[in-house]
Design a protein around this ligand. Structure first.
Ligand SMILES: Cc1cc2nc3c(=O)[nH]c(=O)nc-3n(C[C@H](O)[C@H](O)[C@H](O)COP(=O)(O)OP(=O)(O)OC[C@H]3O[C@@H](n4cnc5c(N)ncnc54)[C@H](O)[C@@H]3O)c2cc1C
Ligand code: FES
Ligand code: FES
Length: 509
């Protein structure tokens, strides 16, 4: 039986547009792989197959950055350098890109400017974190055009853990190295590298394996829909920042993988008068400035979403399709009134995002159906938005609670309220009792705020888990309602917050 649909005679209709190998650029050469277990990670391929061991394994779950490598792709005519965690990136995701590791940086006997600065500033002691840190900074060196700051570097390094050197010398090295426009062998070879990537961009469907075990990366949405209908037991992989952990931590045997990262149109962002439509495969890094333009709080949450590596890989669609009760996007998008678009075969349907989440681990998605787009309305002139992410650590931490408020206020009175929470139930959910209490509430009447906030307890019975106790969650949710009302009433965010409400255009880099 073939993976692709048969023609009317029942015979396999061979498709000359299908490529049965993976291809990417590595150290100036084209690598072509036609046999590999579908769940192979980039880190395992590097260390066990290629035997390049400069890239380290620390946590194997995307947290420490020891395994960071850079993937270069052509986007809108330019080369884009993105750091990803190779421990949770599947080798198949590299198709069409260029893989750069720490072994590639030096120019003959001369260290790369980032490496030289790290050595000069004593940015390394035991050295275990150093390859990952160098790769994250190498990506920044190429992306920042010589414009950086200590704050920016701190964001860039949020996903790189160093246990012994201390960050001061590392940040000193980064600021020095990234203070001028990139000038290295990668810039000098950009024309050839760009041409090599263009050759790989063949718009072919990729399929490596057989009916029982395969890695597929369709190039068109039609092929994706057909393939997933035919193999509804396959695992869809977008950025693999969740799925990668099933491989490394749960040791889940995944035999059929359909990667959505090459599907034409699925990574598009459409800007209309009323809102934005995000293809499911839009990365969080690309979505961040657009979503952040709706409200600065969204930009701030996304700045703290995982790390620069997680945002480069992770997608908008993955963060919704995973059905997580603690995913950061869902509560914010539900409060904004977003719609999710799903596709099964040729059939496309839309539903309010809040209706997509049915129960813990259960979404309104049929076998073979995939998330196609998220449609997010812009804020109306009388609407005000706030979102707060509560975590134990400021950087790279999963939310214990996330609260998002979208209120329409006229003459100091709340007319309409949409409030959603993450971390308070088995799914991201609207707080309907609270919303009812808020409608008609005068913002000037501060005495009524506490009784409105108490309504959260009617909406949720949170759990105790390793992130927070039920009591803490209840307390913090009520306090966030008070905080939001205080800010809507005009109390400055410099009073209500540690980090001020900021306008951040490029929140996620
Ligand atoms: C270190 C680390 C930090 C993190 N921090 C955060 C954080 O701060 N906030 C947060 O919310 N999350 C966080 N995450 C979780 C994860 O990064 C996000 O959920 C991310 O958005 C997942 O997207 P992805 O593209 O990587 O999904 P994948 O791992 O590729 O897929 C996730 C799930 O969605 C399914 N899927 C993906 N795309 C589709 C589609 N189009 N249609 C149908 N099903 C699909 C997959 O089959 C899988 O079940 C973190 C993860 C790591 C490793
Ligand atoms: S090994 Fe820690 S992020 Fe990959
Ligand atoms: S130098 Fe030892 S962990 Fe960073």
């Amino acid at each position: 039986m073939s993976l692709y649909p048969t023609d009317r005679s029942g015979e396999f209709a061979p498709d000359e547009m299908t490529r049965n190998s993976l291809q990417f650029i590595r150290s100036g050469r084209r690598v072509s792989l036609d046999r590999f277990p579908p769940r192979t990670t980039v880190l395992d391929w590097l260390r066990l197959d290629e035997r390049t061991t400069g890239t380290k394994e620390g946590c194997a779950e995307g947290d420490c950055g020891a395994c960071a490598v850079v993937v270069v792709r052509k986007r809108e005519g330019r080369l884009v350098y993105e750091p990803v965690n190779s421990c949770i990136t599947l080798i198949g995701q590299l198709d069409g890109g260029e893989l750069i590791t720490v072994e590639d940086l030096a120019d003959d006997d001369s260290l790369h400017p980032v490496q030289a600065a790290m050595a000069r500033q004593h940015g390394s002691q035991c050295g275990f974190c150093t390859p990952g840190i160098v790769m994250s900074l190498f990506a920044h060196y190429h992306q920042c055009d010589g414009i950086t700051s200590r704050d920016k570097i701190n964001d860039v390094l949020a996903g790189n853990l160093c246990r012994c050197t201390g960050y001061r010398p590392i940040v000193d090295a980064a600021v020095t190295a990234c203070a001028s426009a990139a000038e290295d062998k990668f810039i000098r070879g950009a024309t050839q590298r760009s041409a090599a990537l263009r050759v790989l961009d063949d718009a072919a469907d990729v399929l490596v394996g057989d009916d029982k075990s395969f890695f597929a990366a369709p190039a068109s949405e039609t092929t994706l829909a057909q393939l997933f209908s035919r193999h509804p037991d396959a695992t869809i992989v977008a950025g693999a920042t969740d799925v990668g952990l099933w491989v490394t931590k749960k040791l889940t045997p995944i035999e059929k993988i359909i990667h959505v990262g090459r599907v034409t149109g699925l990574a598009d962002i459409e800007d209309t008068a009323d809102g934005y439509a995000f293809g499911a495969a839009v990365s969080l890094a690309r979505a961040a400035p657009v979503l952040g333009s709706i409200d600065p709080d969204i930009a701030e949450v996304l700045r703290r979403f995982g790390s620069i590596q997680v945002r480069a890989g992770g997608t908008v669609g993955g963060n919704i399709a995973n059905g997580s009760p603690i995913g950061d996007l869902a509560p914010m998008l539900i409060a904004l009134g977003a719609t999710v678009e799903l596709r099964l075969g040729d059939e496309i349907r839309r539903l309010p995002l809040e209706s997509f989440f049915l129960d813990y681990g259960k979404q309104d998605r049929k076998p073979g159906e995939f998330v196609r787009r998220l449609i997010v309305p812009k804020l109306q002139p009388a609407a005000h938005f706030r979102a707060y992410k509560i975590t134990k650590r400021f950087d790279e931490d999963i939310s214990a609670v996330l609260a998002a408020f979208c209120l329409t206020v006229e003459g100091g009175v709340i007319r309409e309220a949409r409030v959603a929470f993450g971390g308070m139930a088995g799914i991201p959910k609207r707080a309907k009792a609270l919303e009812t209490k808020l409608r008609g509430l005068s913002l000037a009447d501060a005495r009524s705020w506490r009784s409105a906030a108490d309504a959260v307890k009617l909406d949720f019975t949170p759990l105790t888990d390793l992130r927070a106790s039920a009591g803490y969650r209840n307390q913090v949710a009520g306090n966030l309602v008070i905080k939001a009302l205080a800010e809507f009433a005009g109390v400055g965010s410099d009073v209500t917050r540690v980090v001020d409400r900021r306008i951040v255009a490029d929140a996620a880099e």
